[in-house]
Design a protein around this ligand. Structure first.
Ligand SMILES: *[C@@H]1O[C@H](CO)[C@@H](O)[C@H](O)[C@H]1NC(C)=O
Ligand SMILES: *[C@@H]1O[C@H](CO)[C@@H](O)[C@H](O)[C@H]1NC(C)=O
Ligand SMILES: *[C@@H]1O[C@H](CO)[C@@H](O)[C@H](O)[C@H]1NC(C)=O
Length: 319
């Protein structure tokens, strides 16, 4: 293989998994690279790679040497032609930097310029995989590489996007190289080796711990709070059951975003507004991969004492 002229590591916002693990949900590996070009003689590069939400490697900004977060990541890096790619990435980075400076000159853009790359692979449960490579400029999508068409496509109607996609499309060797890197190296060699060596970390599951308590912001309103924490991976389903029926989404139901804990687990809370003494029974139901087909059910029973904000903890039932 020719030395990569233009090895792409990449980029932008990432796919936030939904609230509940869809069996069709892909696993994601991505290389994110952000570079700040303060002026014509400067480029600061930062790079991180992730499998799902697990960081696997980063570059030291000063000398671009690779720091592996885990021993199994460096083991995986010893497989296939990964070593060869690793020996070429600094050349690729220098070429990317030169290309950006040239583009700034040709299109008469102004510094500072921030360019982001996001490259990686989606691996579906049916073993289909899909490589991707997106480039952002100034926080907006600029161009993307369409793997199926082996073609760069502009992602915005601008002179910069036109010029960049045109000039990249002219370089046949770059297209072939990028296609190979995404489809063969990232999607197969690299991803599969990481999954094999990192199984213990990547397939880790932590059980959710759920607590139900009540708050009384005013005499005619009761807020039932279901706080769920300590779970991993991130996808989870938390619902309220009223007399056994799931409460549909609506103004009375308010679920927080999923937030990270310090130990790489997650938490969230779901709050249901009800009228005090409305005669219904309420149960918080939690479903998560670590529970298999069971659900965690935490009741807020009828005739429960109104312990205003006292935080009644109930023993969860695993059904
Ligand atoms: C270019 O930007 C870098 C980083 O901000 C700064 O250290 C350097 O002095 C700047 N050079 C010029 C010629 O402005
Ligand atoms: C690169 O820089 C980091 C942090 O500044 C340092 O720990 C590391 O030893 C350096 N690596 C090389 C190859 O110089
Ligand atoms: C595998 O799943 C993905 C996503 O659901 C789908 O787009 C693709 O067509 C499937 N491939 C096969 C061979 O079934």
């Amino acid at each position: 293989m020719q030395p990569p002229h233009f090895l792409l590591f990449l980029f932008l916002p990432i796919l936030l998994p939904g609230m509940w693990a869809d069996p069709e949900e892909p696993q994601v590996i991505q290389y994110l690279l952000t570079s700040l070009f303060a002026n014509i003689s400067s480029a600061e590069v930062s790079c991180v790679a992730l499998v799902g939400d697990i960081p696997i490697l980063t570059l030291h900004p000063a000398n671009w040497s690779i720091h592996f977060y885990w021993p199994w990541v460096s083991q995986a890096a010893a497989e296939g032609d990964t070593g060869k790619i690793m020996s070429q990435y600094k050349i690729a980075l220098r070429n990317i930097i030169r290309f950006v400076h040239d583009t700034v000159q040709q299109t008469e853009q102004h510094y500072p310029v921030v360019v982001q790359f996001r490259a990686g692979c989606l691996l579906y449960p049916n073993t289909t995989s899909q490589g991707f490579l997106n480039v952002g400029w100034g926080g907006r999508d600029l161009v993307a590489f369409e793997v199926d068409k082996q073609q760069w496509e502009a992602q915005q109607p601008s002179q910069v996007a036109e010029l960049v996609s045109k000039s990249l499309n002219k370089q046949k060797s770059v297209k072939v190289l990028v296609e190979h890197l995404l489809s063969i190296w990232v999607c197969q060699t690299n991803f599969l080796a990481l999954k094999r060596y990192g199984r213990e970390i990547l397939e880790r599951q932590e059980l959710p711990v759920a607590t139900v308590f009540a708050r009384t912001p005013s005499p005619d309103q009761l807020l039932l709070v279901c706080h769920v924490t300590g779970f991993y991976p991130r996808p989870i389903s938390v619902a309220w059951l009223r007399d056994g029926q799931e409460v549909p989404p609506g103004p009375a139901l308010n679920t927080s975003p999923i937030l990270p804990n310090a130990d790489l687990t997650y938490q969230l809370r779901s709050v249901l507004a009800v009228a005090p003494r409305d005669g219904h029974s309420y149960v918080c139901r939690v479903r998560h991969q670590s529970l298999g087909t069971r659900s965690l059910l935490i009741p807020w029973g009828r005739g429960h004492p109104w312990e205003w904000g006292a935080g009644c903890r109930e023993q969860p039932l695993a059904l």
